[in-house]
Each structure stands twice: as structure tokens, then as C-alpha cells.
Design a protein around this ligand. Sequence first.
Ligand SMILES: [Zn+2]
Ligand SMILES: [Zn+2]
Length: 718
Amino acid sequence: MNGTESPTHHGRAIERHARNSAPGRQLSRRTQFASLILALVAIAVVAVPECRHEQRLRSLAGTTSARTRPLTSPIDPGDRIAPAADDAESRLRVVIRSARNLPDAASAPLLADRLVAAGVTEAWVQCKQDDTDEFLGGEAFYPSAVAPVAPGFDDDRLAALIESLDRHGVRVCGWVPCFNDASAAEAHPEWRAQTVDPATNERHPQAAWLCPRHPDAIAYQASILAEVAGRYPRLEGIYTDFIRFDSDFSCACDRCLQAVSERLDAEVTPASLVTAAHERGEVWQAWTETRAEAICQAVDTFRDRIEDANAGLWFGACVLPFSAEDYSFNTQSGQDLYEMARVGLDEIVVMGYWDDWGKSYEWLDRCVRSATDLVQGECDLSCLLDGDMSVRRTWQTLDAVGHLDSGRIGFFHYGTWSDLELERILAARAGAETGRAPRSELTHVAIRIDTEPDYTGSYEAVSPAMIDRLVDLFDSLEVKATFVTCGRLAELQPAPLRRAVEHGHEIACHAYDHEQLDALSPDEQIAATERGLAALKAADLPVVGFGAPRNSVTPLVRDHLLAQGILWDGSAAYDPMVSSLDASVVTDPNDPSRSIVVIPFIVPNDWDALFLNKVTPQRMLALWNERLDRVIEAGEGVFVIDVHQWIASRPEEMSVIAEFLTGVKNRTNCRIVPLREMAMRVREQVGHVEGEARRALSRGRASVANGVPAPAQAVTTP
Ligand SMILES: [Zn+2]
Ligand SMILES: [Zn+2]
């Protein structure tokens, strides 16, 4: 995964960012898969000090006590306003995160009205906190007698929401995460999953994950599921989540090790597990099977308890998609889809947040197809997508998984469901019904030079001549480049940067002193950003762009850039060979007239080549060209290579850059531009795609209004 961990700072992520103040928030729920990638990357990163894109985990917040309240009134079957839309194409399923969407009791009916007006026909209402967000993981969003209650949620506003949605004919289900439960882990340390550190073979108890084989942990989660099922008779289903092990080497508690030892009839220790992971032999096979067995047993127990509380209630479970991809190595989660489909689940829901995992929509399509093969019709199969992807990306994803009808594709969104976001999804769906997303026939290529101290952090080691040499090179090739520059470097070496500007090149900001922004306090983040911008300004360098060191942008910093009127942010990266991450326009949720263009660069960059992958400059050239071909083929329209002034100004690197740019100039479907110009083109392209999608949506709506059979994407509002 050479350096692809950063594509979290993409697309609409700013909206999620804006609402989740902790850095790295957006990755924390997106399953342990992301963590695995990060862990692998982290291993690579330890050895090299520079432009990597590290994420940090948040610490746990406080806890509250449980209070209870009487159940809601029984249902009058005659009080529904309208029946739910029945045809698959007009169904729209969304997951509603309670903390953000239900700030108080009064918000419940208003939210219901808004969702219904926007065309939502199925809502999963979050009943319990998953990993730490606004509240401690495991806290209930209703007056539970079993779990601690999230502050304020003892007013049972969930009942008001469920009732309002149900009255509008919306299919309402409960969404109840299970084994990721920080409050239960805190109250019952003996329930905690134990994971083995493969570096030391030592076991560590997890702060938030429970052992899915511990009978008391299972019973506790089952009683919460049963409580929700019994408490809210209007619910038509319950979906659980986090029904898995949290890592490859979890759970290695005594009970779990004993289970695998019994299966093998030989003692398995933490150390032998680590060995087994490398060998992938009999021990690993047994480990995989016993873990899958434990998950299935938990499903079975949950099913029984739900059935006792509310007979016939629909029961679904969210699963990791990579369990379908490369199934033989599916060891991390313990989710065996073949078995799970046969132990009492009505529905398996494949999580499809590929964009957050550095994957591609083609990858998701393969995962969904393998899952379909494993489930073999034994239960329903559906998919949840990231609800904050751009219109284009949602469109492409829906096109890729088009073999699932759209009623089986739901949308998960961290933040508040705004009308804008719901409309974007509907428009993307309407677009996908009409065909492929519009392609860019012209690919804009930019060269970005991170201009900074060298990898030791030394400003003495970087000379003004490095910048001069690159400016001369670009001038000789007649291309304009973008120098993403640390403010402190501009203070020390203003002359070559001013010369670059005089020669038509762009200067953008790379913080002040190459600070890792997401490691700083909020005040320090703003200070480093401000100081960087101010230093460039003081050196008479016009700046409209920003690129965070090691892609460490935070929601706070991006909001600040938005407020400062910065045109583009380059704090994202991806590898086109394994993922796709189109440039996107991020709108200020509080002021839709303001937006910033996020333009990712591609990896490997020259840093990866030199330190991580140890590839020669010639090989790097081949990798760039291969990736450019791929981006052109995908019709994505934007391609940014990233180099560093102290690497790129060496003779061999310079000749490779010259060769690359000359090759690009010879392609008729490419144009080399500085990033500021690329940002303007991205705005146009995104506007074009959204316009196409909205036209498809209004055509669908018009045909419904005229009584013409809708071309699939009709939106009905009961
Ligand atoms: Zn265990
Ligand atoms: Zn840098």
C-alpha cells in the first residue's frame, strides 16, 4: 500500500471533518481494515522521517450513568400517513447517526419530515454509540436499562423519530453496533479482546473491543439488541455492526486460545500465532475457522434473543468487504460470509467505504460479487456506501455495483444529513441510471514541488540553487509548475522563489516549518497555517493554494483555508493503480457559496521512490507513466506528480522529470498547468458532472409528475 493511506482527506470529507473535530476521526470507524493499512504503512513509516501521512487515534472521552424511562405507547396500525414506496428503484436507505442528527427532542419530527421530503424510504436509526465520537462507545441513544445512556438521550427522542418516520411510511430499523463497546470494556476489563503484538508476541487488552467469544460479553450485547427490539415495536428490523474480531491477532484471550488449541489438539500460544500468520498453514487455518465459528455463535445468540423480544423481526449484520476479496486470507474479521448467511441472518450488508480505504469502485464490485457467491441466496445481500462521496464518485460506484438494485444500496454518513447531501445522492443515482459518469477528454497534468528543509529538517542542507535549477528546467520545457513552500524557507530563501513567480510559476503554502498539523493543538494548527501564509505574503509571493506537510490537514485547518479564501488544497494522495480519488470541490456547510478544490497528488512520489520503495529514478518514470495512462483511461481529468526540491534538483531526477514532462507534452489529450489553473478546471468539471446528474434527476421527477412511467430514478415523496 505504498503511501496510499491519505485518501481520507478527499471529496466531501470536509463536511465530515467539520463535524468531527478530532484529527483522523474519519478513519476510526471505517473498520479495522483501514487500521490494518495504517499499521502496515506505519511500519514503513518508522524508518523514514518525511512526507508520510500519519493518522492518530483519539483518546476516550468520559462516561455517564444509566437512567431508564417507560416504554413508548403501542402502535395504532391505522395511523400511517402513506405506504412506503415499494419498487426497488425509488427506495432510498440511509443510516442516521443519532448524536449529530438528533441534538434534542424537538429535532426528531423535523428530521423525519426533511428525510421524507428528500425521498428517504428506509432509515436505520443508530441506537448505540460505536467507537468514540461525541459520546463514549457503547452508550445508548435511548433510556436503556442495560447500557449507559448517552447524555441527554434519556428523553427518548429516538422514539419520536421512529414514530414520525413510521407515520410517513418509512421503513425504520434500528442500527445497533455490538463488540466495539468502550464503556462495556471499561466496566468489564475481563471482557476485553486481547490482541498479540507481532513484534513482541505479547498480548494487550483492547480499550474498546470485546472478545466475541466471551459469554458475558455476548449476553450483554444480546440483551441490548433484545431491549431495542422489544422497546420499539414500530421497528421493522435490526441491523448489527462490529460483529467481528478487531484484528488479525485478536482475540488471543485464554478462552480463545483454548478454542483453537482444542481444534488443533495442540497448544497454541501468542507466539505460535505470529509464526502461523507467516506460514498460513494448518494453525492459521484453525485460527480462522474457530474465529468464524465464534462470530456465527454470537449471531445465533443475537437472533434468538431478538426473536424472543419481537418475533419475526428482520435481522441484518454489516460485514467487512475484504472478507469477500481474497477470501482465503480473510482472517482479520472472523466474518465467514458463507457460514453467516446460514445462521439466522436475514440480510448481510457489505460495507463499501472503498474511498476511505484507498480502494477502487472496481474493487468494491469484486467484493460484492464474491459475497453474492458465498451467500448463495441464503439471505439477502446489500451494500452500504459512503454518503459523502462526490456526485461523480457516487455515480461511478453505483454504476460499478449496478448488479445490486438500488434499493439494496444504502448510504452511511458521519454527519448530519442535509438536504444538499441527500439531493447529491439522488442526483448521482439518477445519473447512474442514464449511463456512465461524464469523462474528461483532456487530462490536466501538474507538477508540484514540495519546497522545504531536507528530510533531517535542516534548512542549511537545502540551497537556493535547487529551486533555481528547477525553475530553469521548467522554463526550458516551457511548462509552469507549483512550488508548495514552507513559510520559513521563504524567509530564508526568498530570491529564487520570487524569481519563480516572475517566470510564471506558482507558489503555494506548505505550512510554516513543515509542521505535522494533525499532531498539534487546535490553536497551534491555525498558528502554523497562518504563519506559513503570512511568511509567503511577507516575501511578496502570491498564494492561492495549500498542501499540508505529510497530508496532515485537519477539519479545522481546511475550514480555516476555506474562510481565508484559499482556492485549492493539495493535502491528499492516492495510487491510481489501486484506488481512485478524483479531485473534488468541498463546500462550506455553513456557507454554500464558499468552497475549496481538493486536488490529490499521485504516489509514489520521489520520496516514496527514494526511501520507501527504493526505486531508481528511471523506474519512477515508468511508474508515473503507467499511472497517467490509468488516469486518462478512467477519464478522471487530473494528474499531479509530487517531488521535492532537494531530491528533484539532482541531475538524474531532473532528467527523469524532463523526460516525463516532454512525454506529457507529446500527448494530445494532456495539458500541463500549475495547480491554481487545475483548480479552476476541476471546478468546471465537477459543475458539469453535477449538472448532468441533476438534469437526469429532474427528468425523472418530471416524468413522475406527468404520470409517465418513471425511467427508474423517480423520486416519490409520500
Ligand atoms: Zn477472546
Ligand atoms: Zn513536505
